[in-house]
Design a protein around this ligand. Sequence first.
Ligand SMILES: [Zn+2]
Length: 164
Amino acid sequence: MKFLTDAMLGKLTRFLRIFGYDTVYANDLIDFFNLDPVPDEKLIEYAKKNGRLIITKDYGLYKLYMEKSVFLNGKGIYNYLKQLNKNFGVVFKFNFRSARCSICNSQLKRVENKVLIKKLILEETFKNYSEFYQCINPQCKKVYWQGSHIEDIEEKLRNTLEYD
Ligand SMILES: [Zn+2]
């Protein structure tokens, strides 16, 4: 499943990418179309061409493309993740091998020698962790590691999805 998220869903975009879903964010298409904001028709055109499901908080956009879009109700990231899980079967299971860069949506690769990324992370992180992954996009190169952040998200998700 590949997604296109609207401009109001920046945080959800980062979550989807971390959980391995190829997700294009509407604001990342501003340069592509040279239009700000990107009009609904252009988002739909892009989603159709690239086989992406639109996720939106904008009912107007949803109504224009109901067959291939998801309208999210209410507020809050865990509420959105829950709706995607319950209504569309989107599963949130973290794995570095499938995770994508939260910033640019590129794939990650395992860092073979952590000395190579030493300058890109804090001294403390370098000392405390041995397994690192890095965004393959040469313009981004963001470094990731299995820290408490991901565990917190997973725990909160388990609780959110389990109890209604
Ligand atoms: Zn990146």
